[in-house]
Design a protein around this ligand. Sequence first.
Ligand code: ARG
Length: 247
Amino acid sequence: MKILKMLACAAVAAVALSGCGPKDNSLKMITEATFPPYEFLRGQEVVGIDVEICRAVARKLNRPFKAETVDFDSVIPAVISGKADLAAAGITVTEDRKKNVDFSIPYVKTGIVVIFKKASPFTDAAQLKGKKIGVQSGTTSETYVLEQLKQEPERCKSPAEAVAALKAGRVDFVISDIDPAKNCVKGEADLALSDFITSEEYAVAIRKGQPELLKAIDETIAELKKSGQLAKWIRQFTEESDKLKDK
Ligand code: ARG
């Protein structure tokens, strides 16, 4: 009897470990957490504006919520393959990406900027031609260098890594989305930011052909905008990620 019981326990444990047990109903968000204030690490935990938006979607759908971070190049592929349900990573809506995923309504209007050394100021896009430009791999900053400047960028894992390369003199300029750029130059007296060189909008991306999920995301975003909660999170996480820089 005792042996039978032990065997049964072992079987249950094995099923749980192999993940074949009761289906995991959580809504999985995929992101790349080096992008404050949209997503960054608070210790081991992925936090930020995008995380709260996705958590609010999970709440609306009455499902548990999980967030995972991977390289930015792998974020959109993860929803296409079904590894994750929601991709939210300060993802700019582009015509190219629209071919592969569906986008929610946008939740932020933004754009990319040039980060430069005050000692060699940036004034005009023509200056970028032929220069070494650091960008986060897979981003619209990379596309800008490839398509507008028709040259190869220096690909980095994160905006912060690109800025470290700028400080070390390995690149001449960095191009990045404005909010992580602001976070990067905080406390750096030698660095400055240009005006926007593009105009972009962020939205949540999901695998194509899920109209109900898309509707739930759109409704959530519309509510968060209307109630002022989104603006609150933007303030809160900007403050928190700026403080992390002070340490
Ligand atoms: N908005 C840019 C893009 O969509 C950069 C996003 C990078 N996001 C991140 N979490 N690292 O390409």
